[in-house]
Design a protein around this ligand. Structure first.
Ligand code: SF4
Length: 248
């Protein structure tokens, strides 16, 4: 891999050559060279500064040679670049990211599918395992990020992976679960615990989605539209704005 600088662009830096390059070389501070003759210190700050200055002038606007549009794509491209040229990786990644545009898609992809798409980068079996594993770890780590609470984790696992890790308890689920007397708890954590005991696990994901929709459209916080509510006969909430008097 040529460089590791992360810049979201596909432009390539061109090395300055010829007369311009010679001019850059000539502009290198002579002091650094002269001092080196007496007490040579290859780590002298002025020498380091000179090296950096020359490199910046020689390669203006340098960017990562691996084409990418996101940190995720760069991660995958970097995995593929092991024992492979950046040019070859750049030939492979467009089709790979078209077929599997997200970590979710890549995590769910079969190894043979991935292997076929990256075959020409070499070591394709190991690389397919690596990028699939990376995609899965990315998803798992999302749940451990600071600020990503259990609710977010349940949303990601449920909606992305179809894994019922819990019941999403947002403001709608909390309010309606209480109105339907499914819980008396007042915190999302306790409400979730109560719901997980009484809702079958294979309904956790859909239940959350359904209740959230219900909360937005019908069982709104103020003045719930009970007259239009399909659950009205099952609801004894004191918040009801209309009743058929058949609630049970
Ligand atoms: S009857 Fe009213 S309070 Fe009960 S769930 Fe329906 S909209 Fe909500």
């Amino acid at each position: 891999m040529a460089t590791t600088k992360v810049v979201p662009t596909t432009a390539k830096a061109k090395a300055v050559t010829g007369a311009k390059a010679r001019a850059i070389a000539a502009s290198e501070p002579v002091a650094a060279k002269k001092k080196a003759g007496k007490t040579r210190n290859p780590l002298a700050p002025e020498r380091i500064a000179a090296i950096l200055d020359v490199l910046r002038k020689t390669y203006p606007g340098v960017v990562c040679a691996l084409h990418h549009r996101s940190a995720w794509e760069l991660t995958v491209a970097t995995i593929l670049s092991a024992q492979c040229t950046d040019v070859r990786v750049n030939l492979v990644t467009p089709a790979l990211f078209k077929a599997f545009p997200t970590p979710k898609a890549m995590a769910a992809a079969s190894l043979p599918e991935l292997e076929e798409l990256i075959r020409t980068t070499g070591f394709f079996r190991n690389k397919a395992k690596s990028i699939q594993g990376a995609a899965r770890i990315v998803m798992e780590e999302i749940l451990r990020l600071p600020g990503v609470a259990r609710k977010t984790g349940n949303v990601v696992l449920g909606s992305w992976f179809n894994i019922p890790s819990g019941v999403v308890v947002d403001t709608h689920v909390l309010r309606i679960s209480r109105r339907l007397e499914l819980t008396h708890a007042t915190t999302p954590e306790k409400v979730e615990q109560d719901l997980m005991k009484i809702i079958p696990q294979d309904r956790w994901i859909d239940f959350s989605h359904e209740i959230i929709h219900h909360g937005r459209q019908i069982c709104v916080a103020r003045k719930p539209r009970c007259v239009d509510c399909t659950l009205e006969k099952l609801c004894n909430s004191p918040d009801k704005t209309w009743t058929s008097q058949e609630a049970g």
